[in-house]
Design a protein around this ligand. Structure first.
Ligand code: LMR
Length: 400
């Protein structure tokens, strides 16, 4: 029956992980997927997560289906974390929110909502480059995408002029995808001043602002600071759709825990929007899984676990910042690289856009057993005190 089904290409990110796993070399280094590793290169389960799990097990809870939109205590905590406890729409109870399957599931529910209520001809403006899966999620949901300029490749910094002029040229009422903090894959974010410029265009052009916030707390170590752009737009009453993930900041990757929310004008509108979110979710996956929501809910709502979490989160962000400096310092001081590596430390979040060409990426893999995505992105979380010198040396050799 499937004789005509062609072989598909491997995923641009997860396919690199598969290739890494097959490599039998002792010196191999995985800098591909954005998943935190500790200084010994091991995945890290946060202490606050272990404690929340112990508590949940001690409660002997049942495993009934949770509602289509998930656990209410989780949902309310998730939006408080993003929008801030003083947010007007939060206080006025006019944010429609549903627990969903991490960032991707939340993006997909939102994309299907846009497709159904704004129409199939809706075009989403996306930064160039963006996370590869954004394009697949939006296209599979029946939407079109167009790029806006984002990265200035010669300086590895934000092309704010290109960004503003491309969105200025887009039709009024467009949907714009914005990475709330720690842009994936570039690690380049607008400054607070630049966010204000972007907001001014968005407001005038009546855009719907679709925020993807997958790294809140991971960029600076301070979740409030990392929510700056979302809160700026919300406080100025711009239309907001938000996809949140707790994969990275709580280290709950495989639990698939996130939330999708839509800011509405009043409670009555919120109730209508929420009713439609339920109608979209039910045939997609019926209702979300229970375990990650229970863990995240405990971490948000138990004051002592919450405090512990924020310290652990800052610890992860700080380790990444330290590895950025070390990597740059080895390149410049130990190997005397004449290239400019300032972007390693000026970029933020989990990723660094190294500027490696696809050919250099292949050499790093084949000659040095270092795995990164073909666009030259590295996950700095894969760098540690034992492999950083080797990585710097290899980067120097392929760029000499
Ligand atoms: C990444 O970009 O590496 C992460 O967001 C993980 C993923 O699913 O791609």
């Amino acid at each position: 029956a499937w004789a005509n089904v062609p072989m598909g290409p491997p995923d641009p990110i997860l396919g690199v992980v598969e290739a890494f796993k097959k490599d039998t070399s002792d010196i191999k280094v995985n800098l591909s997927v954005g998943a935190y590793r500790d200084d010994s290169g091991k995945p890290r389960v946060l202490d606050c997560v272990r404690k929340a799990e112990d508590f949940i097990i001690s409660q002997r809870l049942d495993k009934e289906y949770i509602p289509i939109i998930g656990l209410d205590s989780f949902n309310q905590a998730a939006i408080k974390f993003a929008y801030g406890e003083n947010s007007a729409p939060l206080k006025e109870n006019r944010i429609a929110v549903a627990q969903s399957l991490s960032g991707t599931g939340s993006l997909r529910v939102a994309a299907s909502y846009i497709q159904r209520f704004m129409g199939s001809n809706t075009t989403i403006l996306v930064p160039k480059p963006t996370w590869g899966n954004h394009l697949s999620v939006f296209h599979d949901a029946g939407l079109k995408t167009t790029d806006y300029r984002y990265l200035n490749k010669s300086t590895n910094s934000l092309d704010i002029q290109g960004f503003l002029s491309d969105i200025e040229a887009a039709p009024n009422g467009s949907v714009i995808l914005l990475h709330g903090c720690a842009h994936n894959p570039t690690g380049v974010d607008p400054s607070p001043e630049q966010w204000k410029q972007i907001m001014e265009v968005s407001q005038r052009k009546k855009f719907v602002n679709f925020f993807d916030v997958a790294y809140q707390g991971f960029a600076s170590g301070d979740p409030h600071k990392d929510a700056y752009s979302l809160r700026l737009f919300t406080d100025n009453n711009l239309p907001i759709i938000l996809a949140q993930s707790f994969a990275k900041n709580m280290g709950l990757y495989g639990e698939r825990i996130g939330a999708v929310s839509i800011v509405c004008n009043d409670v009555e509108e919120k109730n209508r929007v929420l009713s439609q979110m339920k109608i979209l979710i039910r045939p997609l996956y019926s209702s979300p899984p229970i375990s990650g929501a229970r863990i995240a809910e405990r971490i948000f709502n138990d004051p002592s676990l919450n405090k512990e979490w924020l310290t652990e989160l800052k610890g992860m962000a700080d380790r990444i910042i330290e590895m950025r400096s070390l990597l740059k310092s080895h390149l410049v001081n130990d190997f005397n690289s004449k290239l400019n590596w300032d972007h390693i430390t000026s970029q933020i979040g989990m990723f660094c856009f190294t500027g490696m060409t696809p050919e250099q990426v292949v050499r790093l893999r084949d000659e040095f057993h270092i795995y990164l995505t073909s666009n030259g992105r590295i996950s700095v979380a894969g760098v540690n005190s034992k492999n950083v010198r080797y990585i710097a040396e290899s980067f120097h050799k392929v760029t000499q």
